[in-house]
Design a protein around this ligand. Structure first.
Ligand code: PAF
Length: 294
């Protein structure tokens, strides 16, 4: 296949190279690494918002060059999930990346990522079964597989993931350790709206009424984290949080759990480092969030 490379620039600023095939990507990353320069990768599915841009800014602080990938990965969506409807606006995303000073945008088609005959999958069994993994069978196998491929394609020194997807971050850390990827995995703090709602591409699905009600979700988690950190019983704090989320207008709560922050083992008693993990549905939109308990 011949190489394909586009470019986006705004108002005379330096362009971000948009690359769509692996051979061109390898040459471009090799060029960035000349002179022992470091490269950080920020993997995304696009529809970039301020949360993603905070990852790009962190990447710029810790590495010489930043590569952002945009790939809406079909293998991490279940059959009844929002793969087709997932928001896509590459031109807008590329313009934001020019503003943030990213060097490369890796944006392969599905046929480049998964050519015919693709048959290899990665499962991080122990960490992927509970929480979001229980509600979304196969989701984390899809995430682990595509992230391993992105690591091999880009070959970054550092990769940055948002802490909003805490289970995903724990799984990727474990995968990188188990498969000996020589890549530093960094977590970036959750970016939130002023009312506390964690930024997410899926917030765009919320009606104005649902968006206003959604602030009940992080508020309930903050109260539960404070109760547990203050010595309150874990089960009671989790039950109160679930009841408050439902009363706030959420249709259902997939889980509110206290977990070991690294192993993700469920905790019935507080033991640091601990993380409160939660997922709940408002209308048809599933939101996730988490908080350190300390
Ligand atoms: O967090 C995401 O946006 C995705 O799960 C990721 C890590 C880019 C893999 O597709």
């Amino acid at each position: 296949m011949g190489w394909r490379m586009d470019a986006a620039n705004i108002g005379g600023r330096a362009a971000v190279q948009i690359i769509r095939d692996i051979a061109t990507l390898r040459r471009a990353v090799d060029a960035l690494k000349l002179g022992r320069k470091s490269v950080a990768l920020v993997p995304t599915m696009g529809a970039l918002h301020a949360g993603h841009l905070s990852l790009v800014r962190m990447a710029r602080r810790v590495a010489d060059h930043v590569v952002v990938s945009i790939f809406v990965n079909p293998t991490q969506f279940g059959p009844n999930e929002d793969f087709a409807a997932y928001p896509r606006d590459e031109a807008h995303d590329a313009a934001l990346l020019v503003e943030e000073g990213a060097a490369l945008l890796w944006a392969p088609d599905v046929s480049v990522m998964y050519p015919p005959g693709h048959a290899t999958h990665i499962a991080v069994a122990e960490l992927g079964a509970d929480y979001c993994g229980a509600a979304r069978p196969g989701h984390f196998d899809g995430v682990a597989t595509v992230v391993a491929k992105l690591f091999n394609q880009v070959r970054p020194d550092i990769a940055i993931f948002g802490e909003k997807d805490w289970q995903q971050l724990a799984i990727i850390r474990r995968m990188a350790r188990d498969l000996d990827f020589a890549i530093d995995i960094l977590g970036a703090p959750i970016a939130r709206d002023p009312d506390g709602l964690a930024l997410s591409s899926r917030n765009a699905y919320l009606t104005a009424e649902q968006r206003a009600a959604a602030a009940a979700f992080p508020a309930a988690l903050r109260a539960a984290a404070a109760a547990i950190a203050g010595g309150g019983a874990v089960a009671a704090a989790l039950a109160d949080a679930e009841a408050t989320i439902r009363a706030g207008g959420f249709a259902s709560v997939d889980y509110v759990a206290l977990a070991d922050a690294d192993s993700l083992e469920r905790l019935t008693e507080y033991r640091p480092p601990a993380r409160l993990l939660a997922a709940a549905r408002i209308g048809t939109t599933r939101l996730i969030d988490n908080l350190a308990v300390e």
